[in-house]
Design a protein around this ligand. Structure first.
Ligand SMILES: NC(=O)c1ccc[n+]([C@@H]2O[C@H](COP(=O)([O-])OP(=O)(O)OC[C@H]3O[C@@H](n4cnc5c(N)ncnc54)[C@H](OP(=O)(O)O)[C@@H]3O)[C@@H](O)[C@H]2O)c1
Length: 267
């Protein structure tokens, strides 16, 4: 099994969307493994708080940079903040999710969602993969979603962006392995995060916790091109994608999303 360590990949891990949710948990688990951290998010106060909590670990260094990844030119300031620190692990985690009908959503919101979920991932990955190739080592996780596997109503733009993330990661897995770079497309299902809670669904027992979700990502980096988080989710994904027709799977997930997020009092 691949060991995710600074010795293998390099000393610094850059995590986007690190102020809270899965991003914070990635940062926490990577700190435990000895990575120094570059935390990126647009939530200023929360990011500072998270950086301060993670700095309690004396064995690592932590810096943070506040930026809106939807902006066209976000890379300049970020690279200045990073300086000559060697990023060995890139966790493309930040993402915008919003369940709702497609037609009423503003084109500005949908464009920002497209930018954060795909364009920012492309820019960060292109820059840091080149740096990693020079070092002949590195790791990149791109956080997609189970929505990349089965599309659904009320989630169209998000499904499209997450399909991009996973296919992009899988392609790079094949291309960058000979350059010493491990790439993983990671597909969480429902996970208990502030972002998930904000969508208004109840937290049921089938929802994964951030700790086991992130552990899965780190466990599979370097082993497979992409993976779904959690054994139960892997089984249900197998059923949805291999045993059901595409039409049936899309209808089932669409109906589940409507009941869970859009119908008042839904479970
Ligand atoms: N939780 C789930 O059930 C689930 C399932 C499948 C996939 N995922 C994916 O997992 C990743 C993390 O999700 P999460 O549930 O942990 O989300 P979260 O709780 O909303 O945290 C995401 C973090 O990313 C930040 N972010 C969003 N837009 C940004 C931007 N424009 N620039 C910089 N930072 C930005 C958020 O800041 P703001 O709050 O200010 O926007 C937030 O701090 C996402 O890519 C998501 O699509 C999550």
């Amino acid at each position: 099994m691949t060991q995710v360590t600074p010795e293998k990949y390099g000393p610094w891990a850059l995590v986007t969307g690190a102020a809270r949710g899965l991003g914070y948990e990635f940062a926490r688990q990577l700190a435990e493994r000895g990575f120094s951290l570059i935390l990126v998010d647009k939530l200023d106060d929360q990011l500072a708080e998270s950086a301060s909590a993670l700095s309690a670990n004396d064995d690592i260094d932590v810096i943070y940079y506040c930026v809106d990844l939807a902006q066209d030119h976000f890379m300049g300031g970020l690279l200045e903040a990073i300086g000559d620190r060697q990023v060995g692990l890139l966790i493309n985690n930040a993402g915008i999710a919003k369940i709702g009908e497609f037609l009423p959503q503003s084109i500005d919101f949908l464009t920002a969602q497209l930018s954060v979920n795909t364009r920012a991932v492309l820019h960060l990955t292109h820059y840091f993969a080149n740096k990693m190739a020079e070092q002949e080592r590195g790791g990149i996780i791109i956080v997609g979603s189970l929505a990349a596997e089965v599309a659904s109503a009320y989630n169209a733009n998000y499904c499209g962006t997450k399909a991009y993330d996973v296919k992009f990661a899988e392609s790079l897995w094949a291309e960058l392995r000979p350059r010493g770079i491990d790439v993983l497309g990671f597909m969480p299902s429902s996970t208990a995060t502030p972002g998930y809670a904000a969508e208004g669904s109840k937290m049921t027992e089938s929802i994964m916790d951030v700790e086991s979700t992130v552990s899965d990502a780190l466990r599979f980096l370097g082993r497979v091109p992409s993976v779904v988080a959690g054994k139960n989710n892997r089984i249900s994904n197998f059923v949805m994608t291999r045993l059901l027709s595409r039409m049936k799977a899309i209808q089932l997930v669409s109906s589940h999303i409507r009941k869970t997020f859009l119908v008042k009092g839904g479970s």
